[in-house]
Design a protein around this ligand. Structure first.
Ligand SMILES: [Zn+2]
Length: 212
């Protein structure tokens, strides 16, 4: 078995959604300054880096991150290549996933993540409403992951795709690092921090592949 890490590292260089607070490490005490120990805190937006969005992000009575069981967050998954499409519509989605049966679909768009070029790129790949509706109507999804910072088009501030997934209790994972992945199935482990009462959380995400 090989274990891939699909998580982007968090550091102060990581670009964040325009307007969100930046990721920061605050030094409280440090050995370098002759303190007794190193002690730090971090501040971040819960949508920074690789993170999951729960339905509560867009729905007042939607499920929060802690409402999803470990059985939901850990299990079989499938990475599908949908390369070179900045807008993934129903036709493109159907062609790519029609023969794939999985509850945890991970879309690899090939997007060169912003953390590599240190600036926010609003041209990231996103889904259309009809692509997400096609998935809801044709697949039994629990989780949809993507290597893009946002499943909605940057210029559509009504967030229709987030709302469709929220209304169907589907967790969304954004900002996955799929740069070294190939199409195929494996097992995914999604491990967010255990924070109660919130709409999103950064998560460490692993992908396990059997070899041989
Ligand atoms: Zn988010």
């Amino acid at each position: 078995m090989i274990i891939h890490d699909l998580t982007l590292p968090l550091n102060e260089e990581i670009p964040v959604y325009p307007g969100d607070p930046p990721f920061k490490i605050n030094t409280i005490s440090s050995l370098e300054n002759s303190d007794e120990y190193n002690l730090s805190s971090i501040s971040l937006c819960l949508h920074c880096g690789t993170h999951i969005d729960a339905p509560f992000h867009f729905r007042r009575n939607g499920k929060k991150v802690e409402d999803f069981s470990l059985e939901y967050l850990i299990g079989e998954a499938y990475i599908v290549n949908i390369l070179n499409s900045s807008v993934i519509n129903a036709e493109i989605m159907k062609r790519a996933v029609v023969n794939i049966e999985t509850e945890r679909l991970i879309i690899r768009t090939g997007f060169m993540h912003q953390s590599l070029n240190k600036s926010w790129d609003e041209g990231y790949p996103s889904l259309t409403e009809d692509a997400s509706e096609w998935l809801i109507n044709n697949k039994k999804l629990k989780i949809l992951g993507i290597d893009s910072p946002d499943i909605d088009l940057f210029h559509n501030r009504e967030f229709p795709v987030h709302k469709i997934f929220a209304d169907n209790d589907i967790l969304v994972i954004e900002n996955l690092d799929l740069s070294k992945e190939e199409e195929g199935k494996g097992r995914i482990i999604i491990s967010p921090l255990y924070v109660e009462g919130v709409e999103a959380l950064p998560a460490r995400v692993y992908f396990l592949k059997d070899i041989g």
